[in-house]
Every structure is written in C-alpha cells, then in structure tokens.
Design a protein around this ligand. Structure first.
Ligand SMILES: Nc1ncnc2c1ncn2[C@@H]1O[C@H](COP(=O)(O)OP(=O)(O)OP(=O)(O)O)[C@@H](O)[C@H]1O
Length: 380
C-alpha cells in the first residue's frame, strides 16, 4: 500500500490580483508535510514540505490553514478516500443557543465539552428579523414561522461551530427531540430536556445535515470579507463595560463553561462574546503596556497565541464601577496568592500559575473601554 495522502480543494484570496486562487492541497500524515497544486495553471505550486505546527486535526472543511503566510481555506474533499476518512473523523456542525437559554450558556458549554465536541468558533449576536427569516427560510409559510422569528430575535443568540467525529448526527442526538417536553420523557439527559421549555422554546439548534452545517456556518461566520459581506453583528455596548479574556489553557482544559457560569452567578452580565485566534502581532499589541514591566510578558504573549481564546464584554448593575468590581472578582494575578487571599475569585478557582491564570481582565476603567473596542470593533 502506498503512503497515505489526503487531498482537499483549498482556496486563497490573493489581494494583489484581487482573485481567488484554487489549489489541490495534499496532506501527508506520515511526516506532516503538505503539497500544493495550482488548479488553474495546472502545475505544482509548492513542492512537498513540512509545515511547523500543522496536524491532521487542522484538516477539516471550512478551516483556514496558514501556509507560508497564505491563508488557505479548505473548501472540499478532492477524492473519495479523503472524504470518507476526514468527514467522519473531523466533521463540523452548527449549533446555536437560542434566546431562552442564553442565561444558562455556561452549563450548555459544559455539556458540549463533556460530550467531546470542540468549539472552534463562537460569537454572541442579535439577529435582525430579516437575518432570522433567511436563516429559517425552509420554514417559510408554516404556521410557526412568524412566532419562530419573534422568538429567535427576542434576545441574543450564541452561534457556534462544533467539531468532532460524526458531529452533525451526534449534536442532534445531544439536543434531543424538538419538543422539550417530549425530550424530558424520551431523552432526559439531552440539552432540550434540561434547558428547553416546550415545542418552540427549545434552548438550542443543530444543523440537520452536512450541507446545512456549511450554509449555516457561512451565514454566521462568513469566510470572505470580499464584497463587504459580514455576518450578524456583535452585541457589544461599549458603555460602562470591561473586558475579560478566557485564556487558551482554560478553554483547552474544559473550563470555559465553569468560568462563564461563575461570572453570571456573581451578578455580572456578558454583553458580548466572541472566540478569537490571535496571532503574535495582535497578542504583542494587546499586551504592549506590560512589556518591560511585567516579567511574565513573553509567557503571556505565548499563552494567548497558543490556541483559541474567548473575549467577553462584561457589564453590571454597578455601572461605571463595573471595571473595578470585576477586577476584584478576577483576583490577584498569581493564582497561588489568589487562593490565599481571595479563594472565591476566578483566578483562585480556575488558575494554574501566573501565566496560566485563567483570565485576563482590564486593570483600569479606561483600559476596559479600550480593550472592549480592540476586540469588538478593531478585530471585527
Ligand atoms: N409545531 C411547532 N410549534 C412551535 N414552534 C415550532 C414547532 N415546530 C418547530 N418549531 C420551532 O422551529 C424550530 C425549527 O423547527 P425544526 O422542525 O427545524 O426543528 P429542529 O430541527 O428540531 O430544530 P432546529 O432547526 O432549531 O435545530 C424549532 O427548533 C422550534 O423552535
């Protein structure tokens, strides 16, 4: 048997020629090397070579892989072996926490992570009626269509891309039957049984097929900003708020749900939320004020780029005092000190050490406003 090679269709937007270049992108798991073939010019574009940090788990539909500074988006499988192997092992689906269950987001994330789903994209948005009608267009004309639009626009929703083997089917099973009351009888451990109320207010959504998943993910997380296409917008208020970043190590350790739950139980509101994958330049820019002042600066940058992080805009009944009150709740930067002095603080409960201290939070009220703007305006 020959060496295993997975082949994908991939494309890259070339800003110089303002065209989309299409390739066959091959991945060789044996030595984690890649090769690129230019489909238009019909010639080898990049000879097989190893790309540092790339792994088989990065190869799934919709993901963007950086090869020699080019952001290549994987758009399809290019042969049957790749389709069969990868579509089963690393399938993605779209999940949405609906307005009636957003206040229980932390618990729902715990279910998602404990059932082995990886959250690869995430964003809190407020759908407009037009957007909701496009999203649910297959139901147009049904008696529950207009009430459904009222429902999903009645508050914010959390859009998520989930990845695992056989993700579409497994997330539908995790959700349970459409009717939450029926779910309580037939699938008491399901998301809808635990967090839903009835046939309509049923806590969460899941794609019904691979094709729907692609369409729905593209709707909320448009891959291309060409022609000014943007998805539903973030909900940041930029008023009396502060910024909290759940660090990559805490997300990898499955603590995102617990941290969100702790924040809301303490009486703070999450007004905006989005997952980011920061690069080195962004992380250095973000932590610039700590450069040369805090000894952990290099480690802080390294930690922030080591995986996805989740930025939160925090508001509360404390109004302009929110940044100070939230800072107190986060606790001292060293979790060991936090466990001594403020055992209830976020860092005491979720932090490991000075760098892996679970969350970053704005130090001063002015920083809070700037940091919220950085994530929810500049990085949009
Ligand atoms: N008979 C009904 N009465 C009221 N609302 C309904 C009814 N049927 C469906 N809905 C609402 O419309 C949504 C979409 O309906 P659909 O039949 O696609 O259910 P689903 O596939 O289980 O749910 P979803 O598409 O949200 O994952 C449901 O999740 C529910 O909120």
């Amino acid at each position: 048997m020959g060496e295993t090679r997975y082949i994908f269709h991939a494309e890259w937007y070339d800003p110089v020629s303002a065209t989309i270049k299409k390739f066959h992108l091959s991945f060789f798991p044996r030595d984690k090397s890649v090769e690129m073939y230019d489909l238009r010019a019909q010639r080898l574009f990049l000879k097989r070579f190893q790309v540092e940090g790339i792994d088989e788990r990065d190869f799934y539909l919709g993901n963007t892989i950086v090869i020699l500074s080019r952001q290549l988006k994987i758009t399809d499988y290019a042969d049957a072996q790749t389709r069969e192997h990868i579509s089963y092992r690393r399938q993605r689906t779209f999940a949405m926490v609906k307005p009636d269950a957003v206040h229980r987001l932390g618990e729902i994330i715990d279910v998602i992570q404990s059932r082995g789903f990886e959250i690869s994209r995430m964003k809190m948005v407020q759908l407009t009626r037009t957007q909701a009608a496009i999203f649910y267009r297959e139901h147009e004309g049904r008696p529950f269509f207009e009430p459904l639009l009222d429902y999903v626009t009645s508050g914010t929703v959390i859009a998520m891309e989930l990845i695992t083997s056989d993700a579409v089917k497994r997330w539908r099973e995790t959700l349970g039957p459409t009717d939450a009351e029926l779910a309580r009888q037939e699938a008491p451990d399901s998301v809808r049984a635990k967090f839903g109320q009835n046939k309509q207010l049923n806590a969460a959504h899941g794609s019904d097929s691979d094709i729907s998943a692609t369409r729905e993910i593209e709707f909320f997380f448009p891959s291309s900003k060409v022609n000014g296409i943007t998805g539903p917008e973030t909900t940041a208020s930029f008023v009396n708020s502060t910024c909290c970043i759940v660090k990559p190590h805490a997300i990898t350790a499955g603590q995102l749900g617990g941290i969100i739950q702790a924040i809301t139980e303490e009486g703070f509101d999450i007004h905006a939320l989005q997952m980011f994958r920061m690069d080195k330049i962004q992380a250095e820019e973000f932590f610039e004020v700590y450069k040369g002042i805090v000894g952990e600066y290099p480690g802080m940058v390294q930690q922030l780029i080591s995986g996805p992080s989740v930025a939160l805009e925090i508001t509360s009944i404390h109004g302009s005092e929110t940044p100070i009150k939230f800072r107190e709740f986060v606790g001292p930067s060293d979790p060991e000190v936090a466990r001594e002095l403020r055992p209830n603080s976020l860092r005491a409960r979720f932090g490991d050490d000075k760098v892996k201290n679970a969350v970053h939070c704005s130090d001063l009220p002015d920083d809070g406003a700037l940091e919220v703007e950085y994530f929810f305006k500049i990085l949009q």
